[in-house]
Design a protein around this ligand. Sequence first.
Ligand code: IMP
Length: 199
Amino acid sequence: MARLFKEPKLVLATHNPGKVVEIAALVKPFGIEVVSAGELDLPEPEETETTFEGNARLKAHAAAKASGLPALADDSGLSVGALDGAPGIYSARWAGPTKDFGIAMDRVRAELGDNPSRDAMFICALTLAWPDGHDETFLGTITGALTFPAKGEHGFGYDPIFVPTGFSQTFGEMDPAKKHAMSHRAHAFEQLVAACFAE
Ligand code: IMP
């Protein structure tokens, strides 16, 4: 059985402002005080693992150890079917040192070329780690199709080129609350809540 989360405070083990906003919104209803790794000036560990789960664990443990608080980390990315799952765990790195997702989205488009397949999915691994070394990890996904050119100003990362299955707007065009209710992050978080926040 998963360990229950009983503490009043949690570190959001990410320096990505888009993720801080989304994860803080997910945690808010549980009345837990959150502080981000950026606010605590925690170092950003290098993502040396080869899976989303491995990198989420690495980031959560680094933040829990450095802060002495439980930490919640997200490792996520876009997986494009016709690109054999790329950019995958390299999703952030495709944006280059300036973190320009216009560059990353252009690269996806260029690598797809005239391949007609537009199937893609977002994947999110969430790890809750405690300073004593224990962790719980959950994986969430959402399927969709890529569309070009990019559309919408909401969200972050690859949101403007991703249309979730069953919808006609990109995540970038959608009201953020609508995205938050259906995203890969929301699906991983639902499992975390059921396992660790249950009474
Ligand atoms: P990392 O988990 O810090 O390695 O970065 C994950 C990267 O995947 C982000 O920088 C985004 O480019 C992308 N990504 C993850 N989740 C989302 C999302 O909800 N929308 C758009 N892009 C995302």
